[in-house]
Design a protein around this ligand. Sequence first.
Ligand code: FMN
Length: 276
Amino acid sequence: MLEFKVDQEKCVTCGECISDCPILVLKFDGAGFPVVAEGKESVCIRCQHCMAVCPTGALSILGKNPEDSLSLENLPDGDQMERLMKGRRSVRRYKKDPVAPATLDKLMDVITSAPTGKNTLSMTYTLVDDPAVMDKLREATYNAIFKAVEEDNLPPGMDMFQQFAELWRDKGVDVIFRSAPHFLIASTPADGPSPEADCLIGLSYFELLAQSMGLGTLWDGLAKWAISLIAPDLLLRIGIPEDHVVGYMMVFGKPAVKYHRTVQRQGSAVINRVSL
Ligand SMILES: Cc1cc2nc3c(=O)[nH]c(=O)nc-3n(C[C@H](O)[C@H](O)[C@H](O)COP(=O)(O)O)c2cc1C
């Protein structure tokens, strides 16, 4: 049920909702108000563009009240976004104390609004919010590496994990998780339209918001390799469904480092301007 409702007192019959619908679900009724066209309810991808684009807040769908949406006045401007994006750093030094639960809740709430292919919204974010659980996960990962080393079973190209595990055992240096108190894994069913992209977009949203809130984050390829390739049983143990693509993993927490300026990487990517 789409619960598509139009407040005819507020509707100015501009047709913006109809023009913006990506699947052409809406049409004008005889009186000039938008309605769901016959037989189209089932093809709606539930993107809520109709509600978002309505200039007078006349339209409700999926039981949502337009007044509960956030206003789009006073968005951060381009210069602010540039500083956030260029100032975002890979943080590898963390304080031990956890991020406040309300901050974690806000982050989780916002990343669920990241776009997904066909608006499938089928993401799972596996969050380690308790540093004690993070310690257990860290221990289990390093134990799995030691076991693989003992059994001469490290996957090809993963020899460096032996040194990482020894560093952890002998010096307490955690190269894999950078001693972060929190961990986030993005996964989604493998048979979706765009599983890899959906995961990376979700974590990118997470990272920028987290850093704007004063937190540190690190895309953690080493953790992804260690857990996915050396300790895959852990994925099931922490609740990631077997049919999921594990898009990426990220550690985060309160940073124990402060950066005072951006790095300067302009010009380091190829911009291939097309002229045909
Ligand atoms: C996909 C991805 C995986 C990464 N994996 C790791 C990792 O496992 N460990 C680590 O210390 N840094 C990791 N990094 C961080 C990169 O080394 C870092 O982004 C790069 O050096 C640039 O630094 P910056 O992020 O501060 O701009 C990763 C970054 C990306 C984008």
